[in-house]
Write a protein that binds this ligand. Sequence first.
Ligand code: MRU
Length: 351
Amino acid sequence: MTPAALRWSGDAAGSLELLDQTLLPGRVNWIACRNVPIVVEAIRSLRVRGAPAIGIAGGYGTVLAAAEATRLALSPATALAHVRARAAELASARPTAVNLRWAVARCLRALDALPAGAPAAALGTTLLGTAREIHAEDELLCAAIGRHGAAALPPGGVLTHCNTGGLATGGAGTALAAITTAWDQGRRFEVFADETRPLLQGARLTAWELVQGGIPVTVLCDGAAAALLASGRVGSCIVGADRIAANGDAANKIGTYGLALAAAAHGIPFFVAAPSSTFDLALATGAGIPIEERAADEVLAPLGVPAAPAGARAYNPAFDVTPARLIRGLITEHGLISPVTAAEIRKVLGP
Ligand code: MRU
């Protein structure tokens, strides 16, 4: 069964519950978020992570902003300003995944349908309706991506990077859903998960999800990926994305670009799976994608264990950009986009 990353509890005065992914796989602990700063902190510290999941969390976060306004008994105009200001905090909690801004903007747009002077409680109800819609839609998108992805995977072992399963989305996942769907269809193949430095989303989260689902998984350190590809045990690589530009350049967890280069060197097809909400067609190429730089400690003292001498500096971009030419196909809810060109993307996603 797919683990959930988050759920909403109650009505518009309720709370957002997040599975704290920083504690996995050791502890399964849910955090109840009742205000926006807690959600922003949870997104920044990767308690909730993965592009679609942070989008959904951001959407629910706007409901918490309206609930704050209701508790403070703010006038309609001040309540709206409060929700907009909190929405801006949510949207900028992490810079790379476009889903976060997209989901928050969609929630705010829903408020345009309300009459002028609507009270804070009405804002909350509308925002909750839209956040739930985004969440439910994501579950369907994941199922479709899983089906299209499974059909695209050639025979042989599959290597994935980071975590793109239920923990990263509102459903079964993107790249990981392709793998689990193929497995559920009765296909049998080796599944390899890069541990995914520095925060081990592959070892801690992807392996946890697969073990929970009864799918055998082999974890490798990121540096072993090229040797594994050379060994002939891998028929394809599939990863997710945080933002895909109009020409198909795709930002994803750091290490993805190196993996795509190694796959190309060995003639192994490299797929990127993502919903249409991950595309940023306003950006012509991946050069315009903002890349999050994270704290040095994540590299110098991973998971709190010092690994480098005091005085050493760190280079810690959270994402890199894989050029479209290295990607065999983009797998969306609408199907496989291949070859990966601006024209093919436009054909599937519209202008
Ligand atoms: O820093 P993270 O763990 O949020 O990075 C997540 C990824 O890079 C995922 O591959 C991406 O968000 C797609 S999730 C379906």
